[in-house]
Ligand binder design. Structure first.
Ligand SMILES: [Zn+2]
Length: 535
């Protein structure tokens, strides 16, 4: 059947229009689903919804016409069709939008993490929305014309497509005002237009950055001579844990059976800097606050680990997540994601508690000075929550055993997610137990904060990484807690009051400085949670 296509000849513009229709009708299910949520289907809204379809075809035609050129046309169309198939899958399955952060994420994610996302449905999408149309494009014969003829054809095409778009916009002027002003997020789902925009934005951002080298900060950092005691601080960076699924925070399920026995300072209103690891983790350790945070800039300025390093603190980063996202580039870094270093692994999944193994040896090898250890958890990394805990933590059942969350009931997803929280409860209590062993020699403390939260299917949203301004609370409100050993002098009563106030990752930098009682010009007491709590 395909062989007969060999004879199909087509003008370039026809092929582009054809592909634009295909992309609009086939890869925009999530877009239209969300449109219908906002403009419920009726005889009065139908013309507008159809006009959106026409607009999408026009925009796709304009983009494809602009970027196609002679013999590069087919490779371009095939790339777009393949990419759109993947994007459609991730949007339809996880309601994920492809913004610049997401592109950043994709480029920074390691294979193991992405492997969790593969599924039979993905193969189906790629085959029917990507490979088959690509094959057809490959088989079509485009007539190549003279430069002049091409330019004229392109000019006509752009003129017609723009004209249609303008007519549609004017005809439904009222609806489009609300569409663009009040329902901004809808456009994030337009496929392929939005990822074209995001890729362009991403490239522009990466080409135009003017940050080079490494700006030193807090070179004057030092520990006062009066502070003779040694501090041993463990900073646990959580992964995708949401505040409202900790029983310490009032969750109806017992997800903190071990931590509730500890003398914890628990935070009520802690908000994250980003909604994804690649933003939140560097932001936490950066002196920049969320309002002026720029990931590119932050990579060129020293972070709080560098500053405490200037003061002579020993810094160790152990990672069971993807990596430190650039934070630990100048610190001692140990990878605990593989059985090479981590002795507690089941098949390819290594446990967070493995990061505690051999830690005593590290401490004993540093007989002088303060020690700060960062443990970067795998925590509640989705979508395969069921992989994130050993079998004995499967207290809430049945659990979703698929990485395709939409195939599971909300209850099954939540069960798997809560079991992973239960395992974090265990991991944190084990970390505290480890600090207790070192209580005689050190002033010990632990500070746990999650990097961002997670959506578990509310309003059809899953996972995280939604644009911050429109992300639900579940992705931004994170659990945070502190624990102090017996020699660490804190006014608990005061701190418990402070913990009821709203805090955010903005305070992380300055609070970490305070753990080692470091003085520096860069320190801002107003951002320090521990300011004024020493007895
Ligand atoms: Zn994360």
């Amino acid at each position: 059947m395909f062989l007969s296509l060999k004879s199909i000849q087509m003008r370039q513009w026809k092929l582009i229009v054809f592909i634009s229709f295909f992309l609009t009708l086939v890869t925009n299910m999530t877009f239209f689903k969300h449109v219908i949520e906002v403009y419920p289907l009726s005889w009065s809204t139908l013309p507008f919804i159809i006009s959106l379809g026409i607009l999408l075809v026009s925009v796709s035609t304009i983009l494809l016409t602009l970027f196609s050129w002679q013999r590069a046309t087919k490779p371009l169309l095939i790339t777009v069709v393949m990419l759109s198939a993947f994007v459609a899958y991730f949007m339809d399955t996880y309601d994920i939008v492809i913004d610049t952060h997401m592109i950043d994420n994709v480029l920074q994610t390691n294979f193991n993490e992405s492997a969790d996302l593969f599924s039979v449905t993905l193969i189906f999408y790629v085959l029917f929305m990507g490979l088959i149309p690509s094959y057809l494009i490959y088989r079509v014969k485009i007539q190549y014309e003279s430069l002049k003829a091409i330019l004229i054809e392109k000019g006509k095409m752009l003129g017609i497509a723009l004209g249609i778009a303008l007519v549609v916009l004017m005809a439904f002027n009222k609806n489009y005002t609300s569409f663009f002003r009040e329902h901004k997020p809808l456009r994030y789902y337009a496929n392929p237009a939005y990822y074209f925009y995001s890729i362009g934005h991403f490239i522009q951002k990466n080409l135009t950055h003017h940050y080079t080298g490494l700006q030193q900060i807090g070179e004057d950092a030092k520990i006062p001579v009066t502070d003779v005691d040694r501090e041993l601080v463990i900073l646990v960076v959580g992964e995708a844990a949401r505040w409202d699924h900790f029983s310490l925070n009032g969750y109806s399920r017992e997800t903190n059976p071990l931590l509730k026995k500890e003398n914890i300072i628990n935070f009520d209103q802690f908000s994250s800097c980003g909604t994804e690891t690649a933003v939140s983790v560097p932001c936490m350790f950066s002196s920049l606050t969320r309002d002026n945070y720029d990931g590119e800039k932050a990579q060129h300025i020293e972070n709080v680990l560098d500053v405490i390093g200037h003061a002579g603190v020993h810094v160790l980063w152990r990672d069971n997540n993807s990596d430190s996202k650039g934070v630990a580039l100048r610190a001692t870094y140990e990878d605990f994601k593989s059985p090479q270093k981590n002795t507690i692994c089941e098949e390819e999944e290594c446990r967070d508690e493995g990061m505690l193994i051999g830690l005593q040896e590290y401490i004993d090898a540093h007989p002088k000075g303060d020690i700060v250890i960062v443990l970067h958890q795998m925590g509640n990394h989705g979508p395969a929550y069921y992989k994130r805990y050993p079998k004995q933590f499967e207290k809430f059942t049945p659990v979703c055993k698929s990485n395709q969350l939409e195939q599971c009931s909300e209850q099954e997803i939540t069960n798997a997610y809560d079991n992973a929280i239960l395992y974090t409860d265990y991991f944190l209590s084990k970390t505290i137990a480890f600090l207790k062993q070192n209580d005689e020699k050190f002033e010990t403390a632990m500070f746990y904060v999650s990097d961002h939260g997670e959506s578990l299917g509310e309003k059809g949203l899953y996972l995280h990484g939604f644009p911050y301004a429109i992300a639900p609370e579940a992705q931004k409100h994170v659990p945070a807690m502190m624990w102090f050993g017996k020699h660490f002098e804190v006014d608990r009563k005061k701190l418990n009051q402070i913990a009821k106030k709203p805090w955010s990752h903005d305070s992380y930098f300055h609070t970490v400085l305070n753990f080692s009682e470091i003085t520096s010009k860069i320190y801002k007491p107003e951002l320090d949670i521990l300011h004024d709590i020493h007895e």
